[in-house]
Each structure stands twice: as structure tokens, then as C-alpha cells.
Write a protein that binds this ligand. Structure first.
Ligand code: HEC
Length: 213
């Protein structure tokens, strides 16, 4: 009987853990420039009014290959190497939300679940029958539904919102680690170099030992 109870409790905890995990939607982030460029566009339009990205500068966006005219439009008269600071002051944020919205530069690394978490959070808004907006992933969040997921049941519109969230999260994924792609490329060079070196050393060794025979 005791064993049965223990087994049941274990099953229940495992099922609960699984259920919690299952609520996060998996996102395969895009690492190509067009998707990231759409993402930064959408982020500047939908998120930047409240959130800072203090580790990303306008210059980083230019180096990435984002259209210079767009960048100039966003930065106004701020220098090109300034970070993406939101237009909302901390005081104004405190008045509206009683907290300052967190910086988004490292968000896909800062939260458990990473990009999946941010994606699911953005898409997790829904409206209760009496019209209260809630979020499945972060119940009680103070962030108002930024992409309008809770406002529509129309399939095409929801798909559009999903695509926008996908691009924004792809951009945030890039922002959290702008050098990832470079590192992969460097990795291939290093492996190629080591292979050639191994071959050369092999022939050198053969030559040296052939003299001893
Ligand atoms: C109207 C202001 C506002 C806008 C616009 C906004 N946010 Fe937020 N955001 C907030 C606030 C406030 C919080 C803090 C929520 C809390 O802790 O309850 C927050 C929190 C977050 C968090 C952290 C959640 C956590 O786990 O702590 C993420 C990620 C986030 N926002 C992403 C975004 C993205 C992406 C966009 C654009 C699509 C966006 N936000 C637009 C106000 C905003």
C-alpha cells in the first residue's frame, strides 16, 4: 500500500512537471538577416517604447546590415554608438506599472526556457469571458498584451501575430549573443587548421623515423 502511494505521488509530480514544461511553445529561431531585420523593426514599433536594450547599440544594428535610413529614423539625434534606450523614463514606468520593465538585451538567456519562454509569453495572452486580459505563462504580469494576441480569435490575424513574435524573438536571440554565428565560422576554420596540422605532423614524423630505419 505504501509503495502504491509513493508510486502515485511520483507519477503525479512527474505529470505535473511535464504539464508545466509542455505549456512553453518551442521556437526554432531564425538566424538569417531578413528575419532579424524584421524582428528589430517590430521590436522598435512594439516593445522599445517601454523596454531598454542597453547592450545593443545603433552601431551594432548598422554592422549587422540593417538599413541606415531606418536606424537614423530610430535614433533621431542620438549618437550612432548609443544603446537602445526606451523613451519611457524610470519614473514614468514606476507610475504606470509600479516597476521598471526589464532590459531585453539578454532576455533570451536570462529566463529559464530562453527563447521558448519569451515566445510563449508574448503569445500567452488571452481574454477571459468577462473581458479580463490574462497570460498563461506569466499569470499576473503587469505588461499589457503588446502584440494583441488576446484581442483576436481570427486565425489569419493570430498567425500574423505568431510570425511577428517569431521575428522579434529571433532578433532578441541574436542580441543576447551577437557573435554566435562568427564563433561557428571561426570553429570551422580552427578544425580545418588542426586537420591540416595533423597531416603535416604525420608526414614530418614519417620522414624522421624513416631515417632511423
Ligand atoms: C506598455 C509597456 C510595455 C510594452 C510596449 C512591452 N512591454 Fe514587456 N514588460 C513591460 C512590463 C511592465 C514588464 C514587467 C512585467 C512584470 O514583471 O509583471 C515587462 C516584462 C517583459 C518581459 C520579462 C517577463 C519576465 O519573465 O519577467 C519580457 C520578455 C518582455 N516584457 C518582452 C516584451 C516584448 C518582446 C515586447 C514587444 C513585443 C514588450 N515586452 C512590450 C512593459 C511593456
Amino acid at each position: 500500500m505504501k509503495n502504491l502511494i509513493i508510486t502515485l505521488v511520483l507519477c503525479f509530480t512527474a505529470a505535473q512537471a511535464w504539464a508545466e514544461e509542455a505549456t512553453l511553445e518551442h521556437i526554432k529561431v531564425d538566424t538569417d538577416l531578413p528575419a532579424i531585420a524584421r524582428g528589430v523593426d517590430d521590436l522598435m514599433g512594439n516593445c522599445h517604447s517601454c523596454h531598454n536594450l542597453k547592450y545593443v547599440t545603433y552601431l551594432d544594428l548598422e554592422k549587422l546590415g540593417i538599413d541606415r535610413q531606418k536606424i537614423d529614423g530610430w535614433r533621431g539625434d542620438q549618437p550612432i554608438n548609443s544603446p537602445l534606450t526606451s523613451l519611457m523614463s524610470d519614473e514614468a514606468a514606476m507610475q504606470s506599472f509600479n516597476l521598471v520593465p526589464p532590459d531585453l538585451s539578454l532576455m533570451t538567456k536570462a529566463r529559464e526556457g530562453g527563447a521558448d519562454y519569451v515566445y510563449s509569453y508574448l503569445l500567452g495572452y488571452y481574454s477571459t469571458p468577462d473581458g479580463v486580459v490574462k497570460n498563461h505563462i506569466f499569470p499576473g504580469t503587469k505588461m499589457p498584451d503588446p502584440l494583441g494576441m488576446s484581442t483576436t480569435t481570427d486565425h489569419a490575424q493570430r498567425e500574423q501575430i505568431r510570425a511577428t513574435a517569431h521575428d522579434i524573438v529571433s532578433f532578441l536571440y541574436w542580441a543576447a549573443d551577437p557573435h554566435e554565428q562568427e564563433r561557428y565560422r571561426l570553429g570551422y576554420y580552427v578544425i580545418g587548421y588542426l586537420l591540416i596540422l595533423t597531416l603535416l605532423l604525420y608526414f614530418v614524423k614519417k620522414q624522421i623515423w624513416s631515417r632511423l630505419k
